[in-house]
Design a protein around this ligand. Structure first.
Ligand code: F6P
Length: 322
């Protein structure tokens, strides 16, 4: 009988609970024991473990956040911290660790594997969608929908006052959330770390847009944008666009919460199962993902560190349709 530990780490993402549920129930299906780890890698170092069974994960598939809690651990960034974590896992007789999280989680997980010989299997859970090896990460779809609903509301008030709005969305260094919410909300301009990088080009695009008559102008700005985000951008625009009634709204952590969409629940259920299936089949140091609706297994070390490309066709489409 194998023993599997499971944790959620880094920024939480809607659907993490559905993934934990799938890991626990699939483990039971394959005859494995499960140990939940509270507070991600911090909990690994502190030995904050609890056995988990069927009932521990009932009623959580629809809940945002993570019942296992999450943390960003400074100690785990150091080799000594990872050695303590590995020893704690060995003391518990754990054969493999399922790590649900984003690039930071997988970076740490890879080191834990390489240095300490722990089998870490990754499940991609981050609203940023910035991991290689999967078309979408768990939580991304929910974040998109949350941002879209918020921006639709901003559009109503922007229309009422004929205002120019800069709305900042999350995504860290990646523009996935900005690009797709921008299209979904019919934004007049989308500013991404991957495109429209300098202030001169932004000003020119905005001038062209404002020449046309419209009820309001909505600019979606990715937080990782090189101009430094919506607040900094608005002060840079003030001089040339001061005659417009400009407002800034930062959507912030609202994008991380809420009940996961059906899409995220299904993706999380599928990937939680696939992680356990991979362990059952003797795989190690991999991340499970879905590409073109097929399950894809990628070495965990190859899932981060390379920039995942946005779809530039969508970016061009946004310009045509605005
Ligand atoms: O990685 C998820 C994310 O929400 C990013 O989009 C954002 O930049 C970051 O986490 C915020 O982190 P924190 O919650 O630690 O402020």
């Amino acid at each position: 009988m194998k023993k599997i530990a499971v944790l959620t780490s880094g920024g939480d993402a809607p659907g993490m609970n559905a993934a934990v549920r799938a890991v626990v129930r699939s483990s039971q299906y394959f005859g494995c024991e499960v140990l939940g780890v509270n507070f991600g890698y911090r909990g690994l170092i502190e030995g904050d473990f609890k056995p988990m069974g069927h009932l521990d994960v009932s009623g959580i598939i629809q809940r945002g956040g993570t019942i296992l809690k999450s943390a960003r651990s400074e100690k785990f960034r150091e080799k000594e911290g990872r050695a303590i974590a590995a020893q704690n896992l060995r003391n518990e007789g754990v054969d493999a660790l399922v790590a649900i999280g984003g690039d930071g989680t997988f970076r740490g997980g890879t080191l834990l594997s390489q240095e300490q010989g722990i089998n870490v299997v990754g499940v991609p859970g981050t609203i940023d969608n910035d991991l290689i090896g999967t078309d979408e990460t768990i939580g991304y779809d929910t974040a998109l929908n949350t941002a879209m609903e918020a921006i639709d509301k901003i559009r109503d008030t922007a229309d009422a006052h004929e205002r120019l709005f800069l709305v900042e969305v999350m995504g860290r260094d990646a523009g996935f959330i900005a690009l797709e919410t921008g299209i979904a909300c019919g934004a007049e301009l989308i500013i991404l770390p991957e495109a429209l990088k300098n202030i001169k080009d932004i000003k020119q695009s905005l001038r062209d847009i404002l020449k046309e008559k419209s009820r309001s102008t909505l600019v979606v700005v990715s937080e990782g944008d090189e101009t430094g985000g919506a607040i900094k951008l608005s002060s840079e625009l003030e001089e040339d666009f001061g005659k417009y009634d400009m407002r800034v709204c930062i959507l912030g952590h609202v994008q991380r919460g809420g009940s996961p969409t059906a899409h995220d629940r299904v993706l999380a259920s599928r990937l939680g199962y696939e992680a356990v299936h991979a362990i059952h089949n003797g795989m190690s140091e991999v991340m499970v993902g879905v590409i073109s609706n097929e399950v894809k297994i990628t070495p965990i070390a190859e899932t981060f560190g390379i920039i995942k490309k946005i779809n530039f066709e969508l970016y061009e489409l946004a310009k045509i349709l605005r």
